[in-house]
Write a protein that binds this ligand. Structure first.
Ligand SMILES: *[C@@H]1O[C@H](CO)[C@@H](O)[C@H](O)[C@H]1NC(C)=O
Ligand SMILES: *[C@@H]1O[C@H](CO)[C@@H](O)[C@H](O)[C@H]1NC(C)=O
Ligand SMILES: *[C@@H]1O[C@H](CO)[C@@H](O)[C@H](O)[C@H]1NC(C)=O
Ligand SMILES: *[C@@H]1O[C@H](CO)[C@@H](O)[C@H](O)[C@H]1NC(C)=O
Length: 414
């Protein structure tokens, strides 16, 4: 029979293991215990809100088209987000926002109200959920290239959206109990052109592997990578435990819509990015850090590096110089409070990191310089930010938040 002492030491060992594997990450990386967060006044930026306008709220994600100097934003309703956000098990489908839309903001064209001129893109002909024409925007990315069509202004812009559809009965269109079956997220491809006020639907990617999609990164050859932030678990306890059990994944769909998982074992993988250096960068919103992959044929990936960055990271974007900008949340609990009560809770602290690859022309060398570009410890001027974009041409930072009303914001160098 094992002595009491062995039992106690076994327990202690188990506790130590637990601490090592879960609690330490959770307390220090996720919750940010003991993390010093600087005040925004220590950084040489001046920030202000771009628009106080109901069309431009709760914009969860953004993508900057450098060629047309247009910032595309995926916007929603901040109050409805807490009911319907399948990625974090908010599955009250009847409380979802009904007017999500994509905004095209002309970042070089100030408006008389102190913001910028913009267009809300209509989606004529898009069937939506059982014919209702609606989209439910989460992540957004894009690409643009010279247009082959004669009526386009020389540029065709492709937009890829994570569409958080609710699950419905395929015959009647009635909402199913989404708390049980989970949502029915798809990935949508639209095309648009500069200066038009609509986008044309090209294709819906729906597949069992597109289960809890968080964001998309375009791959070579028309396919794309995406993260399932909770793996294949749309609802229930497996969803809730996904971040601890590391069941998040990176998946890939070919242009023709064949989808498969290509990497697994992630804790809340989030806004991934295919860099101009050809590498795939996958951040974690739960424990921080960025895993770096070298993509191969047919969407296969090989892990080549891990960038240690002890901050929960929401989203990555790349600027025209090839620098990566990471939106990070130094105090996650405050972020959750703001999410649950967007109109009253104080904004959560926010941090922007610049991740610059040094010696990027040397194959197999993975050196990264990390610079804190701006931080707002008191959440004074930056919203509870989930995405940041750096406009390398003017040095401006654009920041946005999935749930805050005081967004998007623009910060200029002083
Ligand atoms: C779901 O959303 C509806 C509409 O906003 C709301 O009336 C209802 O109370 C919500 N249900 C739950 C369980 O929060
Ligand atoms: C999910 O969306 C796809 C694509 O629109 C549709 O074919 C399917 O019927 C939907 N399933 C549910 C359960 O809503
Ligand atoms: C940004 O972060 C939010 C919150 O985690 C996520 O849902 C969204 O899809 C992300 N967008 C990008 C660019 O990854
Ligand atoms: C890639 O996919 C194509 C078409 O599905 C297939 O013919 C080819 O063998 C695949 N290559 C590899 C290396 O898996």
């Amino acid at each position: 029979m094992p002595s009491k002492l062995t039992a106690v030491s076994a327990l202690l060992a188990a506790a130590a293991l637990l601490y090592q594997f879960f609690l330490k990450d959770f307390l220090f990386a996720t919750l940010g215990l003991g993390r010093t967060v600087l005040s925004v006044s220590e950084f040489p930026y001046s920030c202000h809100r771009i628009h106080g306008d109901p069309n431009i709220q709760a914009c969860e994600d953004m993508w900057l088209d450098e060629k047309s100097r247009t910032l595309f934003l995926a916007c929603s309703d901040p109050v409805a987000r807490k009911h319907w956000m399948p990625n974090i098990h908010r599955l009250n489908a009847s409380g979802r926002a009904l007017h999500d839309h994509v905004v095209a903001l002309n970042i070089d064209n100030p408006s008389s109200e102190g913001g910028f001129t913009y267009r809300v893109l209509q989606t004529p002909g898009f069937s939506g959920v059982h014919g209702d024409g609606r989209i439910h925007v989460v992540g957004l990315t894009g690409s643009s290239s010279a247009s082959t069509s004669a009526d386009a202004n020389g540029l065709e812009i492709q937009l890829w959206l994570i569409n958080a559809r609710p699950s419905v009965d395929p015959l009647t269109g009635e909402l199913l109990d989404n708390t049980v079956v989970g949502g029915n997220s798809t990935i949508e491809l639209f095309t648009t052109e500069p200066d038009t006020d609509s986008m044309k639907h090209i294709k819906t990617f729906a597949d069992p592997h597109i289960a809890t999609p968080n964001n998309v990164a375009l791959a070579e050859g028309g396919g794309f990578f995406f993260t399932n932030d909770h793996g294949l678990h749309k609802a229930g306890w497996q969803h809730h435990l996904s971040t601890i059990l590391a069941t998040g994944d990176v998946s890939y769909c070919s242009a023709s819509g064949d989808c498969k998982q290509v990497a697994s074992g992630f804790k809340f993988p989030n806004g991934l990015l295919l860099g101009s250096d050809g590498l795939l960068y996958v951040p974690s919103a739960a424990v921080g850090g960025i895993t770096v992959f070298q993509p191969g044929l047919n969407g296969s990936v090989k892990k080549v590096h891990h960038i240690d960055l002890n901050y929960p990271i929401d989203n990555l974007s790349e600027d025209a110089n090839g620098d990566i900008f990471a939106a990070a949340m130094p105090k996650v609990l405050q972020g959750m409070a703001a999410f649950n009560d967007p109109l009253n809770a104080p904004t959560a602290p926010a941090t922007v990191w610049r991740v610059r690859r040094l010696n990027r022309d040397v194959t197999d060398k993975y050196d990264y310089e990390l610079v804190k570009v701006i931080e707002d410890g008191a959440g004074e001027v930056l919203p509870s930010m989930t995405t940041v974009i750096h406009d390398a041409l003017t040095g401006r930072l654009f920041m946005s938040s999935e749930f805050h009303v005081e967004v998007p914001n623009q910060c200029e160098w002083l």
